[in-house]
Design a protein around this ligand. Structure first.
Ligand SMILES: [Zn+2]
Ligand SMILES: [Zn+2]
Length: 155
């Protein structure tokens, strides 16, 4: 996304629109796949020889849940986009594409779970516990120590 510096009025301007998901360069990434364009809503101010751009980015993404490995879709919003660009005399355009990409990528890590209550996978059989319990003994993990103790007591 490029901004034409000479077209920014003294009172600033608002830019809304979308960029193709390709700018994120996430092709082939197994953990996060964009499911639509990247929307931007920017307020642009020109202050002497700087262009101040602030606003919000939004993109629909499919993520692999870090607990249950299921893919889930969510709309990711980055509301803290803020950059200052030096625009010395004669600067025609400022390209925001790389910074849009960076802010989205930096925030990817904050969306790892399909749900805050995701139960994850059974470490024994791999069953997705969100779909229901498996037939493994509930005593796996923490409980197993207790069942060993119970056996000892029975002797
Ligand atoms: Zn999950
Ligand atoms: Zn299981």
């Amino acid at each position: 996304m490029k901004i034409e510096v000479s077209k920014i009025p003294p009172e600033g301007d608002r830019f809304e629109g979308e960029e193709p998901a390709e700018i994120l360069e996430l092709e082939g990434n197994p953990l996060a796949k964009p499911e639509g364009p990247v929307y931007y809503d920017f307020q642009v101010e020109k202050v002497s020889h700087e262009l101040i751009v602030s606003g919000t980015l939004r993109v629909k993404m499919a993520f692999e849940c870090s607990k249950c490995a299921d893919f889930f879709s969510t709309t990711m919003t980055v509301s803290s986009f803020l950059r200052a660009y030096a625009v010395p005399e004669g600067t025609e355009t400022v390209d925001l594409t790389e910074d849009i990409r960076e802010d989205i990528l930096v925030n990817l890590a904050t969306f790892p779970l399909c749900s805050p209550t995701c139960k994850g996978l059974c470490p024994k059989c791999g069953k997705n516990w969100n779909e229901g319990p498996c037939s493994c003994k509930p005593a796996s993990g923490e409980g197993s120590g207790w069942s060993e103790l119970d056996k000892l007591k029975l002797k």
